[in-house]
Design a protein around this ligand. Structure first.
Ligand code: ATP
Length: 568
């Protein structure tokens, strides 16, 4: 049985569609907007999301946000209009299939089954793939997806095109494809097309006979011949001269070529992996890249995400490379302070992992003699950019920055709360109980206690007792009990807003309990931590004592809420 979410603003249409899902034995839920669905997907896993694309204003963005959710749902688009531009945008953003109306229940059911078939096949690969990842570090969902792609690609012989900004790991991934394939015993030939002298390109790629040009004293095998039985990696293929592109096309079609001045053709059983950070499609349109070659290359495409879109990978990459760099330089191992990790996550990394590694080299050098690395050890230009971000000034690259009130501002406007998107903020109309707690003893200030059920929170003695899962009702109850006259000082500060729709709203606007609870928790945590930061006056140890949290947990929570205890 699969779990299916229908997104449509009209509940009568949701009711019409759900039998098509349920008649195949699947569970069906519905929500009225993509914003609600994106939030719900943070806490609840769905296999398939059925989205009426006609209700979205920005189809590409909406689909991308849904597709990136942790459970990686398959997105099935339904549409009335069949507008090819919108559909292309949706497919590019990650939609799996499209069903144009009018359609029958049977047709929708078949599309759902096709999705599930693919989903199960993908899970099989995921479960059984024992990928050698070599030096590929990180656990972000988008990186995991690229690794899954490698697992599939490794078993086939198809051409692979790896796209991604500079320094995202294209060569690393190309190597991993080779290492995970049956060709791993044979050569992995890397060709940098950027530095390819046009005049020598053909002889380098296809080889030459003795005396075929001045200086050709010996016959020589070309790179394609050397890749026989193995893999040839054409890096920066977008830089390949247009004349050479023509010869390459023939080799890709025939897997045969004629070395310079040779009478005989040579065969080579190579596998091609190409990579570029350029937009080949736009180059094709401008006549700078051959269309036929482009189509040959893109049999299977892996798009590597930039580092700024997978910040959770920064810590594992940084920790590993700091260890490596220390070993190379003969230094004692150095720890990364929380503050440094936090600073690294605030930077944009236009040069991606390569830039991160270079910066870490400089950071380790600057921290010579110290056992912990702090933001002060970063190169000055990076530190200046991070400081600007932390100062709360809106940045030109659209980063979210915390303002004085702890609310998150994005370029061009205030969001209210980072985890409370506009749609939810709109329906959160209930006046909220105040949240920040003054002058409680340290035991009583534990955030865990603030979110526990009414029973446990009623004890001002500090005996926390058991901690049942928090509920929104419990949360309101627990906060109410912290009012004056109940053994607690007055609660003041930013309001906690529960993401509940108005009483007269339709059922479909009420989010699942887990989502509401999660959102309320975020607000409680943020309010508490903000207060903890000011109370601890830059002293991390003091913050540990007050909060009763472990060092690791406090680091995690501060990082999650973009807070920092000592100044950079
Ligand atoms: N996920 C990762 N984990 C660890 N190291 C990585 C990762 N991705 C990239 N690197 C490292 O970053 C550096 C750059 O990687 P690589 O050369 O593969 O990038 P690229 O995309 O091919 O760059 P360019 O487009 O400039 O050729 C290498 O040192 C590589 O080992």
């Amino acid at each position: 049985m699969a779990s299916v979410l229908i997104i449509h603003e009209r509940s009568d249409i949701c009711h019409l569609l759900s039998p098509a899902v349920e008649s195949h034995g699947h569970e069906c839920f519905s929500l009225a907007s993509c914003e609600q669905a994106t939030l719900t997907l943070k806490t609840t896993a769905f296999d398939i999301v059925i989205l009426d694309i006609d209700i979205t204003e920005k189809p590409g963005e909406a689909v991308a946000a849904l597709a990136k959710s942790e459970c990686r749902p398959h997105i099935l688009i339904i549409t009335n209009g069949c507008n090819p531009v919108i559909l292309e945008e949706a497919i590019r953003a990650g939609a799996w299939d499209v069903v144009c109306s009018p359609f029958t229940h049977e047709e929708l059911g078949q599309a759902i089954n096709r999705c599930l078939h693919h989903r199960r096949a993908r899970m099989e690969i995921k479960n059984h793939a024992d990928i050698k990842r070599e030096a590929i570090l990180g656990t972000s969902p988008c990186l995991e997806e690229c690794l899954e792609h490698i697992a599939t690609a490794a078993h086939s012989n198809v051409n692979i095109l790896i796209l991604g900004e500079t320094g995202t790991g294209k060569e690393l991934f190309a190597n991993a494809i080779h290492e995970n394939s049956k060709r791993a015993e044979n050569n992995f030939i890397v060709v940098d097309c950027t530095n390819f002298p046009k005049t020598l390109a053909e002889s380098l790629l296809f080889g030459h006979e003795r005396g075929s040009f001045t200086g050709a004293a010996e016959a020589r095998d070309g790179l394609f011949r050397q890749a026989d039985g193995g893999t040839i990696f054409l890096d920066e293929i977008g830089d390949l001269d247009i004349e050479v592109q023509k010869s390459l096309l023939r080799v890709l079609q025939e897997r045969r070529f004629r070395p310079l001045c040779s009478k005989k053709e040579v065969a080579s059983n190579f596998r091609l992996v190409a990579a570029t950070n350029r937009n080949l499609e736009a180059m094709v349109k401008r006549g700078e890249f051959r269309k036929d070659l482009y189509h040959r290359l893109r049999t299977s495409v892996i798009q590597l995400p930039p580092l700024r879109e997978r910040k959770e990978d920064i810590l594992p990459i940084a920790s590993y490379h700091v260890r490596q760099i220390c070993a190379e330089l003969g230094f004692e191992e150095k720890e990364l302070s929380y503050e440094l990790h936090h600073a690294l996550t605030l930077y944009n990394w236009p040069g991606n992992v390569r830039e991160l590694i270079n910066v870490l080299h400089a950071t380790v050098q600057n921290g010579t003699g110290e056992c912990r690395l702090y933001p002060q050890h970063l190169p000055v230009d990076i530190r200046a950019k991070v400081l600007l971000k932390r100062s709360g000034r809106p940045q030109s690259d659209g980063y979210l920055v915390a303002d004085e009130d702890g609310a998150c501002k994005a370029k061009g406007g205030t969001l209210g709360c980072p985890l409370l998107p506009a749609a939810i903020a709109r329906i959160a109309t209930r006046p909220a109980p105040p949240a920040e707690i003054e002058s409680m003893n340290p035991q009583e200030r534990r955030p865990e206690e603030m979110t526990a059920g009414p029973g446990s929170c009623a004890k001002p003695s500090g005996d926390l007792g058991s901690k049942p899962s928090p509920t929104p009702e419990g949360l309101v109850g627990s906060l109410a009990k912290h009012r004056p006259g109940n053994g607690f000082a007055q609660i003041v500060g930013p309001h906690i807003t529960l993401p509940l729709p108005p009483e007269n709203a339709s059922d479909s606007q009420l989010l699942p309990l887990r989502t509401v609870r999660e959102l309320a928790m975020q607000d409680v945590e943020a309010a508490y931590l903000k207060r903890l930061v000011s109370s601890s006056q830059g002293n991390f140890q003091r913050a540990l004592t007050i909060s009763g949290l472990s060092r690791a947990r406090l680091y995690d929570l501060l990082s999650k809420h973009s807070l920092n205890i000592s100044g950079t």
